[in-house]
Write a protein that binds this ligand. Structure first.
Ligand code: FPP
Length: 245
């Protein structure tokens, strides 16, 4: 593995956008208002990441477990996603954003699947930043679907022949760098089945700030914190310092 520890800017930031419901409840508003507010801030953050030079931003929009929420909340989240694709994609596309959706999208309504495909196709050659939206996504699902797809592509092969590098090519994030900085807003300190494989060496940044309040200043604070970390990728401090010079 190449030690990239001297880089102070994360190439790939992933965010668990937690706290929408509490943000709304604190204001005596329905939880769905919190989701709407949380969604409206996404565009500014994507643009800011692009401006700073971050190449990949992955957002956890909807987990496989989120289907268990009340029906009106699930439909609000779906609606926001559709609206996002409709309203924001053209301006993001003009700013050089490539959209990629990861997750079991077959579980979504056909209309949403069509919109997702169209937005991915329309932005596929953009190179400023890749916005990855994890929707109906779970990290354990991702590993299992990767194994199944690897086996389907190599019907004669036995599991003994499967390497980590090969399996990575069948994850939904194939071709992307692993996560450098994983941010979770909203005060909880857990990964909640997000990018489990891809976050193996990620720096984990937890903040009490609720997602609707997570703005550019908060983002820069997290990136600054990341810049202070010494990423050793399993090396000792001495080995790390030698490798970094
Ligand atoms: C967690 O807050 C947030 C979600 C389950 C959904 C996040 C979705 C969005 C911000 C909107 C769609 C995103 C895009 C990219 C268009 P919570 O409800 O768990 O909050 P709580 O912990 O305060 O209850």
């Amino acid at each position: 593995m190449t030690v990239q520890a001297t880089a102070t800017l994360p190439q790939h930031i992933a965010i668990i956008m937690d706290g929408n419901g509490r943000w709304a409840q604190q204001r005596h508003l329905p939880r769905t208002v919190g989701h709407a507010k949380g969604s409206s801030g996404v565009r500014g953050l994507v643009e800011h990441c692009a401006k700073l030079g971050v190449k990949y931003l992955t957002l956890f929009a909807f987990s496989t477990e989120n289907w268990n929420r009340p029906a009106d909340e699930v439909s609000t989240l779906m609606g926001l996603f559709v609206q996002y694709l409709e309203k924001e994609m053209s301006s993001l596309a003009a700013a050089g954003v490539q959209l990629k959706v990861i997750g079991d999208v077959a579980g979504f309504a056909p209309e949403l699947q069509t919109r997702i495909q169209a937005a991915e196709k329309a932005t596929q050659h953009n190179q400023t930043i890749t916005l990855v939206v994890a929707a109906n996504y779970g990290g354990q699902w991702d590993v299992v679907q990767a194994v199944k797809n690897w086996q389907a592509a190599h019907p004669e092969a036995s599991a003994d022949q499967l390497t980590q590098a090969q399996l990575a090519q069948y994850l939904s994030t194939a071709g992307m760098p692993d996560v450098d900085l994983l941010i979770r807003t909203g005060g909880e300190q857990r990964i909640s089945n997000f990018l489990l494989w891809q976050s193996a060496y990620a720096e984990l940044y937890f903040t009490d700030v609720l997602w609707p309040d997570f703005d550019r200043v908060q983002l820069e604070k997290a990136i600054y914190w990341y810049g202070q970390r010494q990423r050793r990728f399993g090396l000792t401090s001495d080995q790390f310092l030698k490798a970094a010079v």
